[in-house]
Design a binder for this molecule. Structure first.
Ligand code: LR7
Ligand code: MN
Length: 590
């Protein structure tokens, strides 16, 4: 039962209500404040009450994670359910407004306060590691736009609480012209009264977006190393030393922590599996499994073709030498791939450090847009394609033909950066850093898609049968007619006599339903659920592997097919980061 339903439940049951109120008051009388997992509940502070909004359904702009629970389902993954309880109308308002403005559970965030214990998610061996005492000091740059006050302050305090002072040069908060009143006056007052002189607030006079925002932050920084964080993070035990050490050793090394998952609905903190960064030809970031060759030890650094974007550390002077960011990129998107390509192509390296853990609240939608409603991801991706991708930008345009002629502004300064640094070609990057990436070029693949249904080429069918989800004990079928292009798939009661439930899995790794359409995962809108499309025969969006743990892995988005809610009759499925849970287990049974 999710917390959410539980709470709506109590609203409508007066009996439950009285029990809850009784419980609450008796607890409050006994101990002043009830304590859940040693975390005192702070009554929401200074929240103004405004009309109620209903929560928009989770759509999901997140590049990767819709993770449910921790790998291995540790007990640390869940906070006490009382944390999210709604005791009065005020709580309801805080929660509803919070979801509306921030797309996560602000009620719980406020109650957690600015400090909390976190489960130590590192491998045990990390605790035995010894780092040099003399390391460069860090300037932590946190750029924010309309962030929830408690989430921002928890980010700041987690850094102050878990960083040895001599390694923390300063924290620079860049307010990207937020509209929320508490991020102005209240924040200034709080910083003056409660935070050390180390915390500085810089304010943008107009909204710049996170890319120019970080450049502003970096320009104010004076520490040796820049550490960028999103404004809804919590750093974990001894997070900074493992990031600083490799930079100290080699100034052209850029490092990312493992990004642990803070649930947007429960604020529970759980470990992420060790994965590394990739991308697809829609120029969306994705998580990839770590190739065996990179997995030398559970604590060793992992070379990563790309970074997710928000959380990384880099020598400050090297950041400037390498060309900071592309200042022509707006608001959100694309800068993560741009800096990743630039690091590798121009003589640096990008590593993920398993012993450094930082949690991030993964929301199901982005709660803000761009000022003029532009698609900044497309604008920024265009710039990055034209500067860095050479002939391989065609891969992007094949997926987004409408962008081929789209203007992208002046890129001469960025081309000059590439020239000045004598960077490698994109082909070099693909060959040496991301050999897993599949290329659909006119040379090795037919340019005209081959339709299996048209009989031009028939890949051999390896297995046939129903696809049963082990948790829901239901089978994957078309939501409407199996011949309907673009139709969704859902799970329904299995029926071995129904040919419309029969999937064929072929040597091209396609999954074809009822001999008609292929299971397809959009590379352009990677947060959408999979759908049924005409088979195109060129892998990518239609390439699935039936792998270990019975998982159904989608190669192009790097995620697994999961049942959303096994008990719901709706039977919705979605892509989620692979975590081995039962909701992600499928059996092809003939
Ligand atoms: O106009 C803006 N101005 C800002 O200051 C828009 C955003 N921001 C701030 C915002 O308040 C936040 O602190 O910028 C930060 C990042 O914005 P998010 O949290 O909305 O981004 P995200 O977490 O959805 O997206 C990921 O991809 C982005 C691409 O531009 C950035 O690189 C984000 O930093 C990045 N986040 C992460 O890498 C965390 C892990 C996510 C994954 C996978
Ligand atoms: Mn974020």
């Amino acid at each position: 039962v999710t917390l959410r339903y539980f709470c709506y439940g109590c609203l409508f049951t007066s009996v439950t209500w009285s029990v809850l109120l009784f419980l609450y008051f008796s607890l409050a009388k006994e101990g002043g404040q009830p304590s859940f997992r040693n975390v005192p509940i702070q009554r929401p502070h200074a929240l103004r009450f405004q009309p109620r909004f209903t929560r928009s359904p989770g759509g999901g702009h997140e590049p990767g994670i819709k993770a449910v629970g921790a790998a291995g389902g540790s007990k640390l993954a869940e906070l006490s359910p009382e944390m999210g309880m709604i005791f009065n109308e005020q709580d309801q308002e805080v929660r509803d407004m919070g979801y509306h403005k921030h797309a996560f559970n602000v009620l719980i965030s406020n109650r957690l306060g600015y400090h909390r214990d976190l489960p130590d998610t590192r491998d045990g061996k990390c605790r035995e590691r010894i780092y040099p005492l003399s390391l460069p000091a860090a300037s932590v740059v946190i750029c924010f736009f309309n962030e929830a006050f408690s989430a921002l302050l928890r980010t700041v305090h987690s850094v102050l609480d878990r960083t040895p002072p001599y390694l923390l040069h300063e924290i620079i908060l860049v307010d990207d012209n937020s509209e929320l009143a508490d991020l102005k006056g209240d924040l200034d007052t709080y910083v003056q009264q409660h935070l050390q002189a180390k915390v500085k607030v810089v304010r943008n006079e107009k909204r710049e977006g996170l890319i120019r925002g970080r450049m502003v932050g970096a320009s104010h920084a004076t520490g040796d190393v820049l550490v960028f964080l999103d404004s809804h993070c919590e750093v974990n035990e001894a997070w900074l030393q493992p990031l600083l050490a490799p930079i100290h050793q080699d100034r052209k090394t850029v490092v990312c922590p493992v990004i642990d998952i803070i649930s947007a609905d429960t604020l529970a903190y759980s470990p992420s599996p060790i994965v590394r960064g990739g991308f697809n030809w829609g120029l969306h970031f994705k998580w990839d499994p770590v190739p065996a060759s990179e997995l030398n030890s559970p604590v060793g650094a992992i070379r990563s073709p790309t970074m997710a974007g928000g959380l990384f550390a880099m020598d400050r002077k090297y950041f400037n030498e390498l060309g900071q960011y592309d200042g022509g990129m707006d608001i959100w998107g694309g800068e993560n791939l741009e800096i990743s390509f630039r690091i590798w192509m121009c003589g640096g390296q990008l590593l993920i450090i398993p012993c450094s853990r930082v949690g991030h609240i993964f929301r199901k939608r982005r709660p803000y847009g761009s000022p003029g409603g532009q698609d900044t991801m497309a604008h920024n991706s265009l710039r990055l394609a034209h500067v860095w991708m050479d002939e391989y930008k065609e891969q992007y345009f094949n997926l987004r033909p409408e962008l081929r002629e789209r203007a992208f502004g002046d890129i001469s300064e960025r081309l000059a950066v590439r020239q000045r640094l004598q960077c490698h070609s994109f082909k070099w990057y693909l060959d040496n850093i991301y050999p897993e990436m599949q290329i659909t070029s006119p040379h090795n693949k037919p340019q005209q898609p081959v339709f299996v249904n048209k009989g031009l080429r028939r890949p051999k069918v390896l297995h046939r049968g129903r696809l049963r989800n082990l948790q829901a004990d239901k089978c994957l079928v078309a939501q409407g007619r199996p011949s309907q292009k673009g139709g969704a798939v859902v799970v329904r009661v299995c029926d071995s006599h129904n040919p419309e439930q029969e999937w064929a899995y072929d040597e091209d790794h396609e999954l074809i339903l009822a001999g008609l359409l292929c299971l397809d995962m959009s590379e352009i809108r990677s947060s959408d659920p999979p759908r049924l499309m005409k088979c195109h025969g060129s892998g990518g969006s239609q390439q699935w592997t039936l792998g270990k743990n019975n998982r159904l892995y989608q190669v192009s988005v790097g995620q697994c097919l999961a049942v959303v809610d096994p008990k719901s009759p709706k039977g919705y499925v979605a892509m989620a980061i692979c975590n081995g849970s039962q909701s992600q287990q499928w059996q092809l049974e003939g």
